[in-house]
Design a protein around this ligand. Sequence first.
Ligand code: UDP
Length: 233
Amino acid sequence: MKNTSVLGVPISMINQRQLLKMIDDAVRSGQQMTIVAVNARKIVRAIHEPEMKRLLMGYDVFLADGLSVARAAGPMTERITGVDLMEEICRQSARTGAKLFFYGATEENNLAARKKLKTAYPGMRIAGHCNGYEDEDVVEKIRESGADVVFVAKGTPLQEKWIMKHGKSTGASILMGGGGAFDVLGGKVKRAPGFIQNMGLEWLYRMAWEPKRFQQIPELLEFRRLVKKEKSR
Ligand code: UDP
């Protein structure tokens, strides 16, 4: 798998179908693979914070999570959102039997996500779960559950740090950060309709629902400015 780069952060040149096959292969062979969903905010943070850059560089697969990132990465890169990939992994688990562990979000939202997904994909295998506000014994819990795939949905940079620090010790093949994915998959946070996503305005939609996200505007503007500058070179 090749990577391209957006403002110095790698982005994997891969489509969702290829990635699901790689995930299946890794689970079957017991090989470990870490996946990070890269959006404009993470890239801007990586430019300003060496620690964030170092963290991101430790990953194996870099999803172009945002439309603006996918566009900046070029035509060989497909946009793959963390939420969509998580759902597809659940669908695939119903076919392959891969065991999934859900770590993150509040107890209520974690449960809601598992319930909705299990209803949609009854054959999927849930190895275990833990809310994202508990840190003690989580690694043990995951190890004992025999999970093949761990979704870590604790927000950035908590989840990226957790995966880098504890990923190996969990014994799982796939470790993937998910941000607020359980909130979305459980139906607690609304996702923008398809046409708004296709217009690249999902960020604006999310801000309207969660006004605290307005703080992110300067980072998003900086991302646009830097991409324009890089392209004009
Ligand atoms: N969260 C968590 N543990 C924490 C802090 C946050 O599990 O200590 C969860 C929170 O409940 C929410 C998610 O992490 O489900 C963060 O979602 P957000 O969309 O803000 O993620 P980001 O924008 O950082 O990717």
